[in-house]
Design a protein around this ligand. Structure first.
Ligand code: URA
Length: 202
């Protein structure tokens, strides 16, 4: 959480951004959405999860990760002693790409420049966990492969403020839904989160 700024002010600033997102018409994705999905949770733990973009269920409910992949995310959080509402969960794009296609580079650029970086400035996370390669490549150079770098900690500069973020890339929970091997890998990477937080705060 940002030093010297009260929880009340952080929550109010995040709410202001969420309201902007709900009225956003900056890219064509607004045309197909039922609800924009700004993200939700608490800034206090300093743990932020960033996925790719809302799916059908998220679009219906206006909340991130509430479908099948979200259920797995909740289970993995519980395994490491975290409740969903103790972390902040969001996406690189806040509106559902039609038919769950990948977000276009321009959609990602406009959405992250308009909203994600601002959310992160306010939250000032101790650790950012990217879920899947699309979210990862917002932070980590395009030549890095998720199969090589998942579960490894990176220290990267924010393009807007120059602030350094700790980024832990992980596979997307959707990839682990029907693949037991992948589920095991994702869980091992999840288990690193409390260990990394401990070393960051010591
Ligand atoms: N997949 C994502 O990347 N984000 C969501 O919110 C849901 C599914």
């Amino acid at each position: 959480m940002k030093e010297g700024v009260s929880k009340h002010n952080i929550d109010a600033s995040l709410l202001d951004i969420a309201n902007e997102i709900r009225g956003c018409e900056k890219c064509p994705l607004f045309l197909g959405r039922l609800h924009a999905v700004p993200g939700e949770g608490s800034a206090e733990s300093g743990i932020v999860f960033i996925g790719e973009g809302p799916g059908k269920e998220e679009d219906k409910r206006g909340k991130p990760f509430v479908g099948a992949a979200g259920k797995l995310l909740d289970e993995m959080l519980a395994e490491i002693g975290l409740k969903r509402d103790s972390v902040f969960i969001t996406n690189i794009v806040k509106c559902r790409p039609p038919g769950n296609r990948d977000p276009e580079p321009d959609e990602v650029r406009v959405c992250t420049e308009s909203y994600l970086w601002r959310q992160l400035e306010i939250i000032n996370p101790k650790i950012l966990i990217t879920l899947g390669r699309h979210a990862m490549h917002r932070f980590i150079p395009a030549d890095k492969k998720i199969s090589v770098v998942h579960g490894k900690l990176f220290r990267l500069k924010s393009p807007t403020s120059g602030k350094t973020f700790n980024v832990l890339p992980q596979y997307h929970p959707a990839a682990a839904l029907y693949n037991g091997g992948m589920r095991g890998i994702l869980m091992e990477d999840f288990k690193k989160i409390p260990r990394i937080l401990k070393t960051l705060s010591s």
